[in-house]
Ligand binder design. Structure first.
Ligand SMILES: C[S@@+](CC[C@H](N)C(=O)[O-])C[C@H]1O[C@@H](n2cnc3c(N)ncnc32)[C@H](O)[C@@H]1O
Length: 225
């Protein structure tokens, strides 16, 4: 099969109708399902009664859970096809809005928020853009906002071939696309020791949980200069 190295937004756009990002991968794996349930419980607690700005919402798996407890959710993704799948969940339109929007351009998002949600996104952010994303995300949310994030831990022999390139700080996963071709998608793995220095400049009351498959965390945005 020919290999492609695609911009991740295009990659996801072409895969959107095929992939339920979370559900598909946890089929038949009780430990992963139990950890996802723990993430959902922690997220419900963190986002209860809040106005949530969700970035890279994908097919809306976490949007649906956030909408159970939040007063309002604005869920953004760069891929219109993926958002069309999210829209088909028919979540209450008075409390959930889906918008095509770039996670690196959050200053132009309308509305006021006191919580941010970014699940299974950080791993897809190129290392060269992580600081820019975090800066824009926290500035848009503002001091005192609650932040919730979750993502994959590196699990050997899981998730397809990991590709590391000399001189490139990002790692990639080889994924088969719906048309049968192979594409490389950025997948950078974090653990507690790499998450803490990244988030501490923005975070107060940071609580990090490590499962065997996923990490998840919550904190309040501190006053950033
Ligand atoms: C692994 S999926 C995660 C989706 C969802 N958060 C979940 O956990 O099911 C990553 C998502 O990031 C979106 N994406 C990629 N680049 C983006 C960007 N620059 N701005 C916003 N979304 C982006 C993709 O379209 C895709 O839906």
């Amino acid at each position: 099969m020919p290999e492609q190295h695609l911009d991740s937004s295009n990659t996801y756009d072409s895969a959107a109708t095929e992939v339920e990002y979370i559900g598909e991968e946890t089929e038949g794996d009780l430990e992963r399902k139990a950890e996802l349930n723990a993430i959902a419980d922690s997220m419900r607690e963190a986002l209860k009664g809040r106005r949530v700005l969700e970035v890279a919402c994908g097919t809306g798996y976490w949007t649906k859970i956030a909408a159970e407890v939040a007063t309002h959710v604005v869920a953004l993704d760069i891929s219109p096809k993926t958002l069309a799948v999210a829209q088909s969940r028919a979540l209450p339109p008075e409390s959930v809005e889906f918008c095509v929007h770039d996670a690196y351009e959050l200053a132009s998002v309308q509305g006021t928020y006191n919580a941010g949600l970014a699940n299974f996104w950080l791993s897809h952010v190129p290392k060269a853009r992580v600081q820019g994303f975090l800066e824009g995300f926290h500035r848009r949310l503002g001091e005192g906002s609650m932040v919730f994030m979750a993502d994959n831990l590196y699990v050997p022999k899981s998730g397809g071939t990991l590709v590391v390139k000399r001189g490139n700080p990002d790692s990639f996963r080889l994924r088969r696309m719906p048309d049968g071709s192979m594409a490389e998608i950025i997948e950078n793995y974090y653990d507690e020791s790499s998450l803490l220095p990244l988030l501490q400049p923005y975070a107060e009351d940071l609580q990090v949980s490590m499962g065997n498959n996923f990490w998840w965390l919550r904190y309040r945005v501190k006053n950033i200069k």
